[in-house]
Design a protein around this ligand. Structure first.
Ligand code: HEM
Length: 398
């Protein structure tokens, strides 16, 4: 059986799981028409994430860079300093600084503030109909990210507009218009962040911006270029994913009322349920690598130079790894999801994103005795790397 996989196909956006299953069963190491090897089994995805030959430095690839405005365009220049797109010592240099903010204790200190903001947003929603993406799932992580980075929360809508364009840089489905928009957004966001860097040089505060401005790595400081680039990246990383973990998670639970009831009766299961929903419908569906040397997967060898697409959504439904994988089970143990990646780029904000989602679920179930979906034809966002709903229309009753 020949399997044709195109992540830009609208039916993939609506429900990618049938094609993922066909790939896993018929062609798990698939050579696609668009030039990528596509991997759908858990073990293969995990192996490539950890392979020393797996490079994240896509900006070095001419085709990739040209589609995004060319090697000298503002955004392609910026991503050359994003920790996400660096390998080896250059990557470790930035990661060693930023990881200080994401220790378990530092994340835990944010809990009361996140709970208060969740409460404030839900007070404004009250009872009745709401689009939960706009009223809670999006504004919560945008606010948390602003506060964490040290950007004024009054500017959050503007920052979000910029980073919504900027985030498309990692998407395989970009258009010519996207390329223009993301480069324009980069220039404006850069100027905005520069102003704040000046302020922090003079007066440090307790935020990531100050940390980056004053950090010493290997006896020197990060350059202004490195600071701006990683603030841009962290803004994207901090909210584009969390909004979708909340949205996809709630949608999955509403489709499985018995699981939602179990969480209502046993709220202590909520943190575990967040791991399960990240396996079941992950916010980041696709991560890619370029191989700097050949990598063997069973009897197939991926050659040096191969571009590899790792399907996290497919890996999470692999029956070789998860018994009865299409069943959502909030009591499932040993999930060890790949939704937050693996190997050297394992998500630094996993604890924070999971905590935000747990707080939201806890508070929704505490406040509302009934949560119902009101729309039928759900619209998914256009981005294919990030899977998330455009709107989540709900009716909430006390
Ligand atoms: C809640 C849902 C989240 C998901 C599903 C998620 C997922 C991911 C994934 C898949 C990667 C690695 C990509 C790759 O391997 O190429 C990643 C990296 C990263 N994420 Fe997250 N993320 C989430 C939340 C957050 C939050 C809230 C933050 C910070 C505020 C954050 C910060 C980061 C950072 C800094 C990296 C880069 C790590 C590195 O390159 O070494 N993430 N995330």
């Amino acid at each position: 059986m020949t399997v044709i996989f195109d992540p830009r196909d609208p039916s993939v956006r609506t429900d990618p799981y049938p094609i993922y299953r066909r790939l896993r069963e018929a062609d798990p190491i698939h050579q696609s028409d668009f030039g990528y090897w596509v991997l759908s089994r858990y073990a293969d995805v995990d192996a490539v994430l950890r392979a020393p030959e797996a490079s994240s430095e896509f900006y070095r690839n001419t085709t990739w860079a040209n589609r995004r405005g060319g090697p000298e365009s503002p955004l392609v220049r910026s991503v050359q300093n994003w920790m996400l797109m660096l390998d080896g010592p250059a990557h470790r240099r930035i990661r060693s600084v930023i990881s200080k903010v994401f220790t378990r204790a530092s994340v835990e200190r944010l809990r009361p503030r996140i709970a208060a903001e969740t409460g404030r947003l839900l007070d404004a929603v009250g009872e009745g109909e709401t689009d939960l993406i706009q009223s809670l799932a999006l504004p919560l992580p945008v606010t948390v990210t602003c506060e964490l980075l040290g950007l004024p929360t009054d500017d959050r809508d503007q920052c979000r507009r910029w980073t919504e364009h900027i985030s498309r840089v990692i998407d395989p489905s970009i258009t010519v218009q996207d390329t223009a928009d993301m480069n324009a957004a980069e220039v404006e966001f850069r100027a905005y962040v520069s102003g704040h860097i000046e302020e922090r040089r003079a007066t440090p505060r307790d935020d990531i911006l100050s940390l980056l401005v004053h950090a010493e790595v290997d006896g020197d400081r990060l350059s202004e270029e490195e600071i701006i680039a990683n603030i841009q990246f962290l803004f994207v990383a901090g909210h584009e994913t969390t909004v979708n973990l909340i949205g996809n998670g709630l949608l999955a639970l509403l489709g499985h009322p018995e699981q939602l009831r179990m969480l209502r009766d046993n709220p202590e299961l909520i943190p575990n349920s967040v791991d399960e929903i990240s396996r079941y419908d992950p916010p980041v569906q696709i991560v890619s690598r370029i191989l700097t040397g050949s990598v063997g997967l069973g009897d197939v060898t991926l050659p040096e130079g191969a571009k590899v697409m790792l399907l996290f959504g497919a890996a999470g439904r692999d029956p070789e790894r998860y018994p009865d994988p299409d069943r959502l089970d909030v009591t499932r143990t040993g999930t060890k999801t790949l939704a937050f990646s693996g190997g050297p780029h394992y998500c630094l904000g996993a604890g924070l994103g999971k905590m935000e989602t747990s707080i939201v679920l806890t508070e929704l179930l505490r406040r509302y005795s009934k949560i119902e979906l009101t729309g039928e034809d759900l619209v998914w966002r256009r981005n294919v790397s990030f899977r998330g709903l455009q709107e989540l229309p709900l009716r909430l009753m006390h």
